[in-house]
Write a protein that binds this ligand. Structure first.
Ligand SMILES: Cc1cc2nc3c(=O)[nH]c(=O)nc-3n(C[C@H](O)[C@H](O)[C@H](O)COP(=O)(O)OP(=O)(O)OC[C@H]3O[C@@H](n4cnc5c(N)ncnc54)[C@H](O)[C@@H]3O)c2cc1C
Length: 383
């Protein structure tokens, strides 16, 4: 496979052409108003990119995860923010890989047409943090329904999604042999009675919320896969999430490098372009090199995922390497711009904030390092 910046040329050209309709003033305006880029997401949906991973038999585009990552990369590389739409891609995976055939027949065509959005996933809780097995949200089966009580935090895009993937405990922690057992995944109608949503204002323009569930009733047929095995399904989906976000970081990284390079050529100080100084050139060259290297791990991880091979280590490494490379490129870019890097009209400060998120979410750096130390290198578990 061509691992350069120019693979999948037709796909890239089509996504680029769509993104070109949403220029810098569009994203600046959305950021300033803390608004959701509804027009952009609608255009993506109509063009079929939001249903990239849905098989053609259900009305989707039937693309691979690798191709889906190209879509995400082109969005961030065009100057946009893919945080508004990546959720549907990885949430889809939970339904596709673990949903029943009747769930797929019922939901996938509606998601593919844009009638329903599956943009939201509620896993993180305020008290459990990254220690997901300690979640306190419980789902108790009562006849043909589950009754859910609990609280989630950082549930993104919920206000722009009809459906949400929810992880809840169905067997108490002290009754399971393995602490990762006894959790289940549900497909939830976000407009159901018993859900209260409180938005969290945050550093980026990212629609994210606290969610309170008080006797929320979910029909039993909305359980995805087997009861008690939900944690495994979520982990599988998280690999897709990490790989898609790695690609977004690659797009951001190239955007920062292009922006830095162009500015360094044009900005004249002391009677010469600042890019003539090696003190400006070298950090840009280094940032470019780091992105190119990280990008290889992104393709390795997505190829493994597409083959349905184990890819936990590669997905984590891809997310970490690409997020680190993109963050380094962001710092280089703001330094290259000097004071103008802080002015909203150049987009640098916005993209700087946007790309910073990915060293923390969907999984923070330390947790990736401890995963590799323990599961790949065989070092003793530290917690
Ligand atoms: C904008 C945004 C959007 C998000 N969207 C979603 C979403 O849609 N759905 C969802 O479920 N979640 C979402 N999240 C949550 C996100 O996945 C978590 O914030 C992230 O995984 C980190 O978890 P935490 O915030 O609970 O940190 P904590 O678990 O409280 O950890 C805090 C810090 O301590 C470190 N740490 C913890 N334990 C250890 C240890 N044993 N060793 C070393 N270091 C440790 C962590 O690495 C981290 O740096 C979102 C978060 C943000 C900020």
């Amino acid at each position: 496979m061509n691992l350069g910046r120019d693979n999948h040329p037709d796909l890239r050209d089509a996504v680029k052409a769509l993104c070109a309709q949403f220029d810098s003033p569009y994203w600046q305006g959305i950021d300033e108003k803390r608004a959701y880029p509804e027009k952009f997401v609608d255009a993506l949906t109509k063009a079929g990119w939001m249903s990239a991973l849905i098989p053609e038999e259900y009305g989707g585009s039937g693309l691979s995860l690798t191709e889906a990552t190209v879509i995400m990369e082109e969005i961030t590389r065009s100057g946009g923010n893919a945080g508004c739409c990546h959720g549907q891609m990885y949430n889809m995976n939970t339904l596709l890989r673990h949903g029943s055939s009747s769930q797929k027949k019922h939901y996938l065509p509606k998601i593919a047409s844009g009638e329903l959005r599956l943009q939201s996933m509620a896993v993180t809780e305020p008290t459990a943090g990254t220690d997901t097995t300690k979640i306190k949200t419980v789902a108790v089966k009562k006849g043909d329904r589950y009754v859910v009580n609990g609280q989630k935090v950082w549930t993104s895009r919920l206000q722009h999604s009809e459906l949400m993937i929810l992880l809840a405990r169905t067997t108490p922690l002290n009754e399971v042999a393995k602490k990762s057992d006894g959790m289940s995944v549900f497909l939830v109608d976000t407009k159901s009675k018993g859900i209260d949503v409180k938005p969290i204002r945050n550093m980026v323009n990212h629609e994210t919320n606290q969610v309170f569930m008080d006797n929320l009733e979910i029909p039993a047929e909305n359980l995805i896969g087997e009861e008690g095995k939900g944690f495994r399904y979520i982990l599988d989906g998280l690999n897709a999430e990490r790989i898609l976000i790695a690609a977004e970081c690659v797009g951001d990284g190239y955007w920062f490098v292009d922006k830095s390079t162009n500015y360094a050529k044009e900005r004249v100080v002391f009677d010469r372009p600042i890019g003539q100084n090696q003190g400006i050139q070298f950090p840009i060259a280094e940032a470019y090199m780091e992105i190119e290297a990280a990008n290889l791990m992104r393709y390795k991880a997505s190829a493994l995922f597409d083959k349905k091979s184990p890819c936990g280590a590669e997905a984590n490494m891809a997310k970490h390497l690409c997020a680190t490379a993109s963050w380094e490129a962001a710092n280089v870019c703001i330094q290259t711009y000097g004071g103008f890097g802080f002015a909203a009209e150049y987009d640098v400060e916005r993209k700087f904030r946007e790309t910073r998120l990915y060293l923390v979410a969907p999984i923070s750096t330390n947790l990736i390092l401890s995963y590799l130390a323990e599961h790949v290198l065989g070092l003793p578990r530290s917690f």
